[in-house]
Design a protein around this ligand. Sequence first.
Ligand SMILES: [Zn+2]
Ligand SMILES: [Zn+2]
Ligand SMILES: [Zn+2]
Ligand SMILES: [Zn+2]
Length: 375
Amino acid sequence: MLTVKIRTTAFALLASLMLVGATPPDGCGKCKDEGVLLCSKHKKAQGEAERGSVYCSEIADCEKCSGVGWIDCAKCVHADAERRLSEQRDAVGKARRRLAWIEKEAGRPVRVAESEHFVLAWDVESYRAGGKKRKGHELVHFYLDRLEAMFAEYLGVLEASPEDFVGKPAILVWGDLEDHKRVSEALFEIEDDGAVKQMGAKGRVSLLGGKPSYEDDEWLHHGIVHEVTHVLASMQKPVAWVGETQSGWLDAGWAHWFEDHMFGVCENVCYQAHYFREQIDREDWRGYVKKLVTKDDVPDVPTVLAQNTETMPIEFHAVAFSFVDFLLSKGGDRFNTFFKLVRRRTPTRDALFDLYQLSIDEFEQEWRAWVKKTY
Ligand SMILES: [Zn+2]
Ligand SMILES: [Zn+2]
Ligand SMILES: [Zn+2]
Ligand SMILES: [Zn+2]
């Protein structure tokens, strides 16, 4: 539905000219030939922010624009823009019903917005992000933009396409620890101060958007990207969470790798290994792994390759990160296919052999040599 929105202007223009009786929009000074005007009920920056949104609870009740943020330009006829507006109004209604579960769980109104690929509930009123203090409504769009940027990078690395995913991950960022705990208990049956996620088709993350979970905006950004990497991988077809089918190394390794790829750090470590993350310099996981390899102190590789994420000690996380680093050096597309095979529950040894023509032994030897040479 949203692909309609990113149609090129030239094509949109042509399409509207081709419609019988349509006045060419050329020369409409009022809307600059866009066919739409910002709804006067919202501030300019606010309206601009809605361009990339499917839904935003902050404006959803506006009677003038029906929650779209934009209205039809009365000075010209722009059939394509009018059709788009009508589709957007429909989408607002549908999203409102689809997202009602968030407020139901919270038991009160919560700011929620939906972009092309994500749902974000943002319950932090004011926060310093991207170098300046921002208010809640600005923040929900600011973080949705960050999530969309992350998604584009994710697709780029894996040479994947948006159609490979079922649904949109929902990320719930709370300002109050009690809200986070109560909602994650209700939704995931897990009560935890740290980030809690649900994998698979209904991928969701709940976390506290500030101290003590995340020191500042930079760490919060890293944390959200890390958690969402896990969730996205589990929502990619065929849908499955490999962290519970003895491929925790791939689940954890990929999230560490992606966080490092985006920010140059491996700060976030899931489950109880979290408590030991300070054992490894967050900016030098490669150096740590190189030391393990040079001192011949690598954990038993077949064991690392057969754990669930929850039972992995910190050194397994570091080695898993490096396994992913090694496999990705052979191409994103191949790694993406490998990941698909593992989600399909192909045993790791078969998937490695199919995609890389390596036995587990050969994988270990080649990986060790690569680490010595590359890190
Ligand atoms: Zn106009
Ligand atoms: Zn908004
Ligand atoms: Zn409005
Ligand atoms: Zn993780």
